[in-house]
Design a binder for this molecule. Structure first.
Ligand code: NAP
Length: 494
């Protein structure tokens, strides 16, 4: 297979698309059994490229190379590691248009949104390059007169990363940046739908002089075999996973035998609450952003929109007007706001949620039209949503906005928290006492107050309840890749 012309023709640097995997110190073009899998453009259905379908043996080789590379990498100074990461960051920025083109081609999101993701991903590299020099330990006043107590923070070792298809650049960026900054090595497996973006980063890592073996990208048709290898391989010290709660549970079970350290960024079911004192226009804009970014395929997407009764009709009227103007189309068309969903089963899930809600009495105000066999789904708004509907309990992961009506603050807090997920939550209000009450009461890791955009490299990202373990980004994000060691120095003078 040769990379499809529709992708190559758009690239300034065609060498950024590779039909190979980075296994430790080598680029591997063919699997030993010759198996391959295709990467599709979800807008057009064309096959963009074909990649070797690697096996557990290849992952094992990458882990062994990573172990060797990590031993030297961790000895470098923070300043030296930072310089490597900043070279990579520079190339990431310089090639932003091409990286965004690859991302739109394999994932479908609008090009401007894809470019935003590339810059967002690069920001993690810059942030953690800066942090590499500041991995401070501690000195603790000792418990006896002739002792001294030191606390060291040490790189955990070889980290395996498994990432989803919805943010093929940013999800790997949030992991590889802190891991390499503190002195770890990483073996990554991107989702089978969107591996080209991660492979392009590996090409740039080579150009930046990131030492061989430190960042592997294993291409595989399915994640299960890789998951079994990394949960059972004693040379993997930690697994960092972003994806569904279901797969997170599998990794936890598999990792139990070796008490594998886990970082889990899992599913969400975000409430988005509009109180009667909110600025309605900005609440509508916030809801559009929080609901429809990436066609509703983000873990922090507003999944349930609760609007207070007295402003319900006014909010709905403005919101529906805005939604009707969101253009659906190929991500390379300049005015597209909503691209395709990633695959047919995602389309089927959204349709199932719409049908289930309507069967239970919800009213369709816009969208919901049949998609004619493509991956495109019209942005859809329904009102009259209630707790027994699938839209209330499951992550829709598509452009469906269900609106629930509520009367008072305590009622909506209870409704918002009635989910096993706890990643993000949003609300619009002006009253300060109400803002603190609701922000503190929401059982989530991230709260957006009067904003629909919450992700940034400078703040800790992660969930509570069944949305995961650990945090990515900010000064807390390095901790996931560090172990704390305490040294008790006896025999000192009193
Ligand atoms: P997914 O089905 O869980 O897949 C995620 C990754 O796990 C893919 O690379 C997949 O590989 C791999 N995988 C699948 N089965 C596996 C197994 N048994 N063992 C090891 N790896 C396995 O999730 P998705 O559909 O790609 O992504 C959507 C989900 O991710 C949503 O629930 C979303 O909320 C969540 N998400 C969370 C965050 C966050 O930060 N909390 C961010 C983004 C997305 P293959 O696909 O190649 O099999």
């Amino acid at each position: 297979m040769v990379v499809h012309d529709s992708l190559l023709a758009r690239l300034h640097d065609k060498t950024l698309v590779v039909e190979a995997a980075k296994v430790g110190t080598r680029w591997v073009y063919n699997a030993t059994d010759g198996q391959r899998f295709d990467v599709h453009n979800p807008s057009t259905g064309v096959i963009l490229a074909s990649l070797p379908a690697l096996s557990a043996g290849d992952a094992r080789k990458a882990i062994a190379d990573a172990k060797k590379a990590q031993l030297s990498w961790v000895k470098k100074t923070g300043k030296d590691r930072a310089a490597h990461l900043m070279r990579w960051h520079r190339l990431w920025i310089d090639n932003a248009d091409d990286l965004a083109t690859i991302l739109t081609a394999e994932q479908g999101k609008p090009f401007t949104e894809a470019r935003g993701e590339i810059l967002y991903g690069a920001a993690y590299l810059e942030w953690f390059a800066e942090e590499a020099k500041r991995i401070y330990g501690d000195v603790i006043p000792a418990h006896v007169e002739n002792a001294r107590i030191l606390v060291l923070k040490q790189a955990i070792g070889v980290v395996a990363a498994i990432t989803p298809w919805n943010f093929p650049n940013a999800m790997i960026a949030r992991k590889v940046a802190p891991a390499l900054a503190v002195g770890c090595a990483m073996v990554a497996k991107p989702a089978a739908e969107t591996p080209l973006s991660t492979l392009a980063l590996a090409v740039l890592a080579d150009r930046a002089g990131i030492p061989d073996g430190l960042f592997s990208v294993i291409t595989a048709r399915s994640g299960a075999e890789f998951g079994r290898e990394v949960t059972s391989n004693p040379d993997v010290s930690k697994i960092t996973f972003t994806g569904s709660t279901e797969v997170g549970r599998i990794l936890m079970r598999q990792g139990a035998e070796q008490i594998k350290k886990l970082g889990l960024e899992l599913g969400g079911n975000a409430p988005f609450i509009v109180f009667d004192d909110a600025d309605l226009d900005s609440a509508v804009e916030g809801a559009i952003l929080a609901k429809f970014r990436n066609a509703g395929q983000t873990c922090v997407c507003a999944n349930r929109i609760y609007v207070q009764s007295s402003i319900h009709d006014a909010f709905v009227a403005k919101f529906v007007t805005r939604v009707r103007n969101l253009k659906v189309g190929d991500g390379f068309e300049p005015d597209t706001v909503i691209g395709p969903l990633i695959n047919r089963s995602s389309v089927a899930k959204v349709q199932d949620h719409i049908e289930d809600a309507i069967k239970q009495g919800a009213v369709l105000l816009t969208g919901g039209s049949p998609d004619g066999g493509t991956h495109f789904v019209e942005p859809t708004v329904i009102i009259g949503a209630c707790a027994s509907m699938k839209v209330a309990t499951e992550e829709t992961f598509g452009p469906l906005a269900p609106i629930f009506r509520f009367d008072d603050v305590d009622e909506v807090i209870e409704l918002a928290n009635s989910s096993e997920f706890g990643l993000s939550g949003y609300f619009y209000a002006k009253d300060m006492a109400r803002i603190f009450k609701v922000a503190e009461a929401l059982e989530v890791g991230i709260v957006g107050v009067n904003t629909g955009l919450i992700s940034t490299e400078v703040a800790p990202f992660g969930g509570v309840k069944q949305s995961g373990l650990g945090r990515e980004g900010s000064r807390y994000g390095a901790d996931d890749y560090l172990e704390i060691k305490y040294i008790c120095l006896g025999g000192q003078s009193a």
